[in-house]
Design a protein around this ligand. Structure first.
Ligand SMILES: [Zn+2]
Length: 112
């Protein structure tokens, strides 16, 4: 079959080599590539009207949930730098930096 030279493709058909490899999904919190399990975290809690989601490691989401209330998460919203400025989160991210992407642990919520 004859293939017409199409000028309709705005992105061009060449150079799409990235299809060969899985796109790297990077965790919103710690910046490491995600592992097998990716959770879609609502930076603004769903119950507070948050609609945006970000990919995260389960352990990173658990850490946020264990250290912040919904109100605090809502206040930070998409501002991950604000969360990283918290010493508890900074410490966690530094600690988890060398762990396997699929590393999980039970993060216990502190009694308030
Ligand atoms: Zn992470």
């Amino acid at each position: 079959m004859a293939r017409k030279h199409s000028k309709h493709d705005p992105y061009g058909d060449s150079g799409r080599e990235e299809e060969a490899q899985a796109p790297a999904v990077v965790c919103w919190l710690c910046g490491r590539p995600t592992g097998k399990t990716i959770v879609l975290h609502h930076p603004v809690p769903k119950s507070r009207g948050g609609r945006d989601t970000v990919p995260m490691h389960p352990i990173c989401q658990q850490t946020l949930m264990a250290n912040f209330t919904n109100s605090e998460l809502q206040r930070h919203g998409m501002d991950v730098d604000g969360l990283l400025a918290d010493p508890r989160i900074r410490k966690f991210v530094d600690w988890v930096a060398n762990k396997d992407p699929d590393f999980t642990a039970t993060i216990t919520k502190k009694q308030r």
